[in-house]
Design a protein around this ligand. Structure first.
Ligand code: ADP
Length: 547
């Protein structure tokens, strides 16, 4: 055996902020605070405050491996916690404030969080769950001294007070890069939520890969506004990528409506953003009705659920904003694929290029993938055969926190371990993956599968449709048939017949939904995705016409 003779410097999260301070000290971090105002800081200042915070955490008896939770919007204090907690060897646990308080308490107890830092707007949640969370020794309000709530049932520490009391003299410790850095629970649409425990190594490798030109293509010339929350798989890694490349960061706080976002895009010269399709729907509704254009934004990452082709086309053709359609999941840190073109596509026609972009994209180096049939055998990469999508790589989960749910991995004939994503997909000869469906959402009609995503994409391409979900309804002959649930745009007329006529010529006749149900609203989950499980429950006694 002959070892290489290169340095063994561990891949640590603290190195990202150290690097940013050294090479991009004046790059700005701009936040819309829950207090309502705009706050400005720099990487230099952020690094200093993160070091103060690291000292404060020590004073709160937070040791290596202890969990420190956050209940916060995207903002500079949350950003400081990302580095102070992980950098000092503790584990940053980002809680999703949109979850039901009972579910939050369950997660806090499962994670055994020792400290919880929260935005003042979440005080009611803290008051509700504090008595249920015995492991939490300190609740820290992320606020100035002058804004601490006067009458509260909970015993609170003040974030700014803690920072003031502690020195910025702190040396980030060096330790094994395989130690845990952060923890994120999956939404638990089936069973209890499961914790995905990232390591410093997995995070830094993911960060390097995410910045690549054919991934998110981020640089020191970018102004990044992550709409995706920092409690949703670490805002898809952007809070780590930004300091690594020295980009300016803009945090929108809790105001994610189209008007507020558009304002920030324009005033801060944002070049790139990222979020789920439902957020972009709000933004595009605002720009459409006010006849607005983007002055500086030139691309946006859309993922978390399928980006409807109509949205991709609108962003690119009307607004000149390139869409990066990306796919991933909590278990994958989250980045798996991004849809960027190859040089051979550049000479193709516009429509052909769009057809490539509609897919979820090619694997980012580090993520290996394959599709397999029910028998576990590999399926061909022909863009047609579809099967279970399996992945492997250094930022993909091996086991859930505390072994929840047992061993999630599958071993193939070659002895390699793979993580089954729960998604059904095709892969074409160029390696572009397309999600057909989540395996639990696919509609199984007479032995054939109907992609709920495809049905929804066609529905939202109708100008009167605001949102659409397609779910399976039991059928005596075909097992399942598709029902289309539609939320119309306000003040427009749309009937069932017109909706169904919109499908003619776009898909095979037998794939067209059997019926359309118009609803006031479609339930959204904690990460802004349509809650199909809830819809299925809502329509469980529904009978289709002429079964
Ligand atoms: P959850 O939705 O359970 O909170 P995640 O946020 O980790 O969990 O979501 C991961 C899932 O979201 C993927 O397995 C996939 O089904 C779906 N998803 C993510 N990105 C896309 C995309 N671009 N197109 C279609 N589905 C996507």
């Amino acid at each position: 055996m002959l070892h290489g003779l290169m340095m063994q410097t561990p891949l640590l999260i603290s190195s990202l902020i150290t690097h940013a301070e050294r090479f991009h000290p004046d790059a700005q971090i701009v936040s819309r605070r829950v207090e309502g105002d705009i706050h400005r800081t720099t990487y230099r200042e952020t690094h200093a405050r993160a070091r103060r915070l690291a000292n404060a955490l020590q004073a709160l008896h937070v040791s290596r491996g202890d969990r420190v939770a956050t209940l916060a919007w995207n903002g500079y204090r949350h950003f400081e916690l990302y580095f102070a907690v992980s950098g000092s060897g503790a584990v940053l646990h980002t809680l999703n404030p949109r979850l039901h308080p009972e579910q939050l308490a369950w997660i806090v107890n499962h994670a055994e969080d020792k400290v919880v830092c929260f935005d003042l707007s979440f005080l009611p949640i803290v008051e509700a769950i504090a008595p249920l969370c015995p492991t939490v020794k300190t609740w820290v309000a992320m606020a100035d001294k002058g804004r601490m709530p006067a009458n509260t049932k909970a015993q609170l520490a003040c974030y700014e007070d803690l920072l003031e009391q502690h020195s910025e003299r702190f040396a980030w410790p060096e330790f094994d890069e395989n130690l845990a850095s952060s923890l994120c629970y999956t939404s638990g649409t089936t069973g209890n939520p499961k914790g995905v425990l990232y390591s410093h190594r997995s995070t830094v490798l993911h960060t390097l890969a995410a910045a690549l030109p054919d991934a998110l293509n981020l640089s020191a010339r970018d102004v990044i506004l992550p709409v995706v929350p920092m409690f949703h798989v670490n805002a898809w890694g952007l809070p780590y990528v930004a300091p690594m490349v020295g980009a300016k960061l803009v945090f929108p706080g809790g105001q994610l409506d189209g008007k507020s976002l558009y304002g920030l895009f324009e005033t801060e010269n944002v070049t790139v953003s990222a979020g789920v399709p439902t957020v972009w729907q709000g933004l595009l509704a605002h720009t459409e009705s006010n006849n607005l254009k983007f002055s500086t934004m030139n691309r946006t990452v859309i993922g978390g659920s399928a980006c409807p082709p109509a949205m991709l086309r609108q962003f690119q053709d009307k607004y000149g904003v390139q869409v990066l359609h990306a796919w991933g999941m909590t278990e994958m840190s989250p980045l798996g694929t991004v849809g960027t073109l190859k040089s051979k596509h550049l000479t193709m026609g516009h429509e052909q290029q769009l057809a490539v972009q509609y897919k979820q994209g090619r694997s980012v180096f580090g993520v290996d993938m394959k599709i397999v049939g029910d028998d576990g055998r590999d399926l061909p990469w022909d863009g047609t055969a579809f099967g279970d999508l399996l992945v492997r790589g250094p930022w993909i989960v091996r086991e859930y926190f505390k072994g929840e749910g047992g061993n999630p991995l599958r071993v193939d004939d070659a002895g390699l371990q793979w993580f089954p994503t729960g998604d059904v997909a095709t892969i074409d000869a160029d390696g572009y993956m397309q999600i057909t469906d989540r395996s639990k959402d696919v509609i199984k009609s007479g032995g054939e599968w109907i992609s709920s995503i495809e049905i929804e994409n066609i529905a939202v391409s109708h100008p009167a449709v605001a949102m659409a979900a397609c779910i399976a309804i039991r059928h005596p002959k075909w097992d399942e048939r598709p029902l289309l649930v539609v939320m119309k745009k306000p003040g427009v007329e749309l009937g069932k017949d017109e909706m169904l006529r919109h499908y003619e010529g776009k898909i095979a006749k037998w794939q067209i939904p059997d019926d359309v149900a118009f609803v006031e609203s479609i339930p959204l989950g904690a990460t802004g995705k349509m809650l199909k499980a809830k819809l299925r429950e809502q329509f469980k006694n529904y009978t289709l016409p002429n079964p």
